[in-house]
Design a protein. Sequence first.
Length: 252
Amino acid sequence: MAAEITTAVLLAAGRGKRLGDLTASTPKPLLDIAGAPLISHIIDALVAAGLAHFIVVTGYLSEQIEGWAKIYEHENPGIKITTVRQPELNGTGGAMLAARSHLGGQPRFVFGWGDILMDRANYPRFIHHGRNDEYDLLLAVNRVKNPFRGAAVYLDAHMMVERLDEKPAPGTAKTEWNNAGLFATGQIIFEYLARLEPSARGELELPGSIAQMIADGRVVRAVDMRGFWSDVGTPEDVEAARAWFKPKRKRR
């Protein structure tokens, strides 16, 4: 039986230091991409895929994102955006824990990074799998030549996740699958987040919880994302995203 999914958590607390001056006074999720804030593109796509409630976890320049959320709600009746400030900027695991009380015990929901852009056609496919597949965690993946900027994802022939290697050294990964930054899960994720220990960087890193779920034999499946994908991590990424999302001119 299909499970209803109406809510997404978007983690939007970080600054995006690699973007330099671009994020000196603007949080990364609010960078202009073809006339709209980056995070608006994500939420627009998820709304089109059937979601209506969003929990956005903020940190850096929270007030700006909170202001944007109010404007988005006003301009899009029926859409609810709840903003939550991460008490301590201690990583993506800490950001997800900050959202827990706002989920109301929902059995299934979507979560992801609030700064990743991809072809909009991917979202309805992912939500369909999220509503109909059996899993403890569903993970979006995309192909890259070298997944050292994100996490290398090792899959079997049935798209079951066998291993997750966070930020491997360049050239060491034996897979082209990358963690695409979009997930579906249930309350079980919080059991694993609560047990997280700080990483070598001193942060509670959410992928560590996913790796533990895999080690425990939980059902972790992958769905492949196609077409454009970017973590918008560098100024060059911003320009590429602006070019991709800019409306194409119609041929005369």
